[in-house]
Ligand binder design. Structure first.
Ligand code: IPE
Ligand code: IPE
Ligand code: MG
Length: 252
C-alpha cells in the first residue's frame, strides 16, 4: 500500500530529526518495471538524492546520511558495479559546486581504499572544498558496511592501545563510537528505507540502536519531497523512550 503523502503538511512546531539516514533501495525494480536496464534506475535515483538533500536542508535537518553502495554490493554483476561507480563520479563532478554554494558539507564513509583512484581523488577534493561549510552535513556511504565499520574501528582502537595512547580499561561505548566512521556525529534519529523491504542490510549497525524506523513502499526514484515530508511527519509523532516508561518520558 502506498502512503497518501499529500495529506502531510509540515507544521511549524513539528519535531525535526537532527540526523536522518536513508537506505535508498528500489532503483533496479523501478527500471525493470519500465523494461529498462538497471543502471537507468540508478540514474533516475540521482534526482531523488537531489530532491531529498534540498528538502532536508530546508527542513533544518542537520545531518543526512545516504546509503549508496554497500560492502555486499561488490558482489553484483561487474557491469552494474562499474556503471554505479561511473555514476558516482559523474554525480560528484556535477553536484559539488552547487552543494558548496548551498553551504553543504559533503563527506564519504566506507572503505574508500576499495574504490578506483579517480573516484577517491574526486571524493577527497569534494570533502576539502566543502570542509568549512556549516549548513547540512551530508554523508554518502559508499563501499560501506556496518560490520566493516565496527571491525575498522576495532583495528584503530587496538593500534592506539599498542601505541599506549589508550589503556584497554579506558575502552567504553564512547571510545568505540568515536572510532566509527560517523564518530562525533549524533546518532541517526530517523532511518528511512525505501523500496518496500523491511531490513537494515548492514547499514549503520551501531549508530541506529535507537533510531526510529520508517519503511516506505516507494521505489527510490519515486521518493521525493512529499515522501520525505511524510517520513518527518511520522517521526514527529513517535514517542522515544530509550528504555524508560512512557510516563517517565511524558513527565520530562
Ligand atoms: C538501491 O537499489 C541502490 C543500490 C543498492 C546500489 P537496488 O539496485 O538495490 O534496487 P532493487 O532493490 O534491485 O530494486
Ligand atoms: C541496501 O540495498 C544497500 C543500498 C541501498 C546501498 P540492497 O538492495 O543491497 O539490500 P538487500 O540486498 O536487498 O538486502
Ligand atoms: Mg535493493
Amino acid at each position: 500500500m502506498k502512503l497518501d503523502t499529500a495529506i502531510y503538511v509540515i507544521e511549524t512546531d513539528q519535531r525535526i530529526p537532527q540526523h536522518v539516514a536513508i537506505i535508498m533501495d528500489g532503483n533496479g525494480r523501478w527500471a525493470s518495471e519500465r523494461a529498462m536496464p538497471r543502471h537507468a534506475g540508478h540514474r533516475a535515483g540521482v534526482k531523488s538524492v537531489r530532491a531529498v538533500v534540498e528538502r532536508a536542508a530546508e527542513q533544518g535537518v542537520a545531518h543526512l546520511t545516504l546509503f549508496a553502495f554497500s560492502s555486499e554490493n561488490w558482489s553484483r554483476p561487474r557491469d552494474e558495479v562499474s556503471s554505479l561507480m561511473k555514476l558516482f563520479l559523474e554525480a560528484l563532478q556535477r553536484e559539488v559546486t552547487k552543494l558548496h554554494r548551498n553551504n553543504v558539507r559533503l563527506r564519504f564513509i566506507g572503505a574508500r581504499e576499495q574504490l578506483q583512484a579517480g573516484l577517491v581523488k574526486k571524493i577527497a577534493e569534494a570533502e576539502l572544498k566543502t570542509a568549512a561549510n556549516d549548513g547540512l552535513q551530508l554523508f554518502i556511504a559508499v563501499a560501506y558496511g556496518g560490520r566493516w565499520d565496527v571491525v575498522n574501528a576495532t583495528k584503530n582502537i587496538v593500534a592506539r592501545v599498542q601505541e599506549r595512547d589508550l589503556m584497554p580499561e579506558e575502552i567504553d561505548e564512547t571510545v568505540l563510537a568515536n572510532a566509527l566512521q560517523l564518530g562525533g556525529v549524533p546518532d541517526p534519529d530517523l532511518l528511512i528505507r525505501t523500496g518496500g523491504e523491511q531490513r537494515i542490510s548492514n547499514f549503520l549497525l551501531w549508530n541506529i540502536a535507537y533510531a526510529e524506523l520508517f519503511f516506505s513502499d516507494e521505489l527510490w526514484p519515486d521518493f521525493g519531497t512529499a515522501e520525505f515530508d511524510a517520513a518527518l511527519h511520522h517521526f514527529s509523532g513517535r514517542q522515544r523512550r530509550y528504555g524508560h516508561t512512557g510516563d517517565q518520558v511524558g513527565a520530562a
